[in-house]
Design a protein around this ligand. Structure first.
Ligand code: ADP
Ligand code: MG
Length: 619
């Protein structure tokens, strides 16, 4: 069967997302692949779909039991036979699963890396055709990252022992160069087809606030978002206890998670959250890895995390279904001190020698500084994050608290003219930095060496700060008034549109951060914590829900909960928020119409389609 058809039939989606098709095709051609895509991008489908098309079984290596369970439940709900092999099974269950696998009942099984080199598993693997080994969360092989797992090193040992080498497909959301190289080297990927999709998560709204009454702000937020699922991250266990208790007293259905709780309680609380019995989770950063809950609509940080890597990862647990979600950081000056204390007293570093410890600490302090600047910057928050991860975007996203409150439209015609004029006069020979430094009037050997001090625009924009000139340059490049050549030394060239600026035919307007009056100014998260969002699901619909649709949405949600209870799976595994929203808008009347809903595949339709149709009809 064709991949497109499988996508529709089993997963209920109409089109592939960025990168998915390329990776699927490469796997089907028998190539190794490495997919670096942000959380929520849809990495799982990249190996699940080829697994259904290839001869033989696909083994998926995954680091956490909860992740495997979630994925296997999802596949089973979609009508695909899958199983997991890990320490949560009794010996009897384990043997039974292996037996079924031998009989070829599963196209996909999930395996914990520790299992791979055990005798029992090898005995199975050596006598079964293995089409692919898919390594999920592949950054776990790298000692550079925070999630290094020694057991991941067993993967290559395992592959080496197989009679025929299967396709090896690796996936991660971690994009640093070291980690990427480690994955390729350690997993011994053979000329892998490689894809890195952008890190931007457009559906996430970013906000920073520094409210006097932090608890009040959280309470207010929850009041304005009834029934929505979300996470409140706190810096310490003590804070988790306090915030969770208060919210409970104030009547919210909350639960908690931190490393100080007994295993059984942690597990119970996590399930309460995943199954939407308690839609709000208050937790330390111990909570999250392995949480694939797709309908998390907000992630509030009750305090500033230690670095942007952690922040983006935690915030990124919102909106995995691709629908709008809000990530709001509630900052207080005390947070810096708390984090500094964590850095000075980091127990993980005790085994390091003194010099290395010093270096690690310095690096952590620098990361903390960058995190702190995030709380104070007036610039676009998304742009700040993306730049931190080495990506360049527009300096205005329109979907963060700064863009919505701290930006103004300004005229930059004169500055634009200087930049374009400078490019023209030097015969389009230099890169961005030289051009900007020239108009700014930098007195350096480099500029003199290029004789740019003789350029008639030299120093003409002396009064405008460099960072602003850079923003204007970015704007001109994005709007195609100028272009960069595509080689190692990117050179700025003119375009057909350049004349518009040189001829002064149009005034050039762009969004720019307002000048900051006080560096530590208090911000308000504009559309979020203080302003009510009219109806909770309206943002999901991309337009306002009517009152009737709002009521229907609630009915569908109740039905989903009912089915989730019967099936003993989390509600979002039955249908995502996105699917329910889509149903409210389309109001399908029959099978064919229902199958056009995003996330409704044939198998799921057979299982619950009728019940949802009835509910909509009665709606
Ligand atoms: P990742 O592992 O990259 O973090 P997942 O594989 O868990 O992401 O996918 C995140 C969500 O996106 C899931 O709910 C999945 O069903 C959905 N998804 C994946 N591919 C598509 C697609 N082509 N169209 C719509 N939704 C998709
Ligand atoms: Mg994943």
């Amino acid at each position: 069967m064709k991949k497109q058809k499988l996508l529709k039939q089993y997963f209920g989606y109409d089109s592939f997302r960025e990168g998915q098709e390329y990776l699927i095709d490469s796997i089907l051609e028998g190539k190794d692949v490495l997919g670096i895509m942000p959380t929520g991008a849809g990495k799982s489908l990249c190996y699940q779909i080829p697994a259904l098309m290839m001869e033989g079984i696909t083994l998926v290596i995954s680091p956490l039991i909860s992740l495997m369970k979630d994925q296997v439940e999802g596949l089973n709900q979609a009508g695909i036979h899958a199983a997991y092999l890990n320490s949560s099974l009794t010996p009897g269950q384990y043997r039974k699963a292996l037996l079924y696998a031998r009989e070829g009942r599963y196209p996909i099984i999930y395996v914990a890396p520790e299992r791979l080199t055990t005798e029992e598993f090898l005995d199975f693997a050596l006598h079964t055709q293995i089409a692919m080994v898919a390594v999920d969360e592949a950054h776990c092989v790298s000692q550079w990252g925070q999630d290094f797992r020694p057991s991941y090193l067993k993967i290559t040992e395992f592959i080496d022992r197989l009679p025929a080498r299967p396709v090896v497909a690796a996936f991660t959301a971690t994009a640093t160069k070291e980690v990427k190289e480690d994955i390729i080297d350690i997993l011994m990927l053979q000329e892998p087809a490689l894809i890195t999709t952008g890190f931007d998560r457009k559906n996430l709204y970013f906000g920073v606030m520094s409210p006097k009454d932090r608890y009040g702000a959280v309470k207010n937020y929850l009041d304005c978002h009834p029934g929505e699922s979300g996470i409140v991250y706190c810096l310490t266990r003590k804070m988790v206890e306090e915030v969770c208790e208060k919210l409970g007293q104030d009547g919210f259905a909350v639960t908690k998670y931190h490393a100080g709780l007994a295993d059984a309680e942690r597990k119970r609380n996590q399930e309460d959250f995943i199954y939407d019995k308690k839609p709000v989770m208050v937790a330390t950063n111990a909570f999250g890895m392995g949480i694939d809950k797709s309908n998390v609509r907000f992630v509030l940080h009750y305090g500033m995390p230690k670095n942007l890597e952690s922040y983006y990862q935690e915030a990124g647990r919102g909106g995995r279904d691709g629908q709008p979600a809000e990530c709001i950081l509630l900052y207080s000056g005390q947070d810096v001190i708390t984090n500094q204390f964590f850095i000075e007293n980091n127990q993980d570093n005790q085994e390091l020698d003194a010099l290395t410890r010093q270096i690690v600490m310095e690096r952590d302090r620098e990361r903390l500084r960058m995190m702190t600047f995030y709380c104070f910057t007036n610039e676009c928050l998304r742009d700040y994050i993306l730049r931190y991860f080495g990506e360049y975007g527009s300096n205005y996203c329109g979907n963060c608290s700064n863009c919505l409150s701290q930006f103004e439209t300004v005229e930059v015609t004169e500055m634009a003219k200087a930049l374009v004029g400078c490019v023209k006069e030097c015969h389009q020979r230099y890169g961005v930095n030289v051009i900007i430094e020239t108009v700014h009037g930098a007195d350096t050997a480099k500029i003199r060496g290029y004789r740019m001090n003789n350029n008639s625009f030299y120093g003409s924009m002396k009064k405008v700060p460099i960072y602003k000139m850079r923003q204007i340059m970015n704007h001109l490049l994005m709007q195609n008034y100028l272009v960069l050549t595509n080689d190692e030394y990117a050179i700025v060239k003119l375009t057909e549109k350049s004349e518009i600026i040189l001829g002064g035919q149009e005034s050039i307007m762009m969004k720019m951060a307002k000048e900051q009056e006080h560096p530590a100014k208090v911000k308000s998260g504009k559309k979020s914590a203080d302003g009510k969002r009219s109806a909770k699901s309206s943002a999901l619909a991309g337009r306002e829900f009517s009152e009737a649709e709002e009521i229907l949405f609630e009915k569908l949600r109740t039905l989903r909960m009912e089915i989730a209870r019967e099936e003993k799976v989390p509600p979002y595994i039955v249908f995502s928020d996105k699917s329910l929203t889509h149903m409210c808008i389309v109001k399908p009347k029959n099978r064919a119409e229902m199958l056009t809903i995003s996330g409704v595949g044939e198998y799921k339709y057979e299982k619950y389609g009728e019940r949802f149709l009835t509910c909509i009809r009665e709606g």
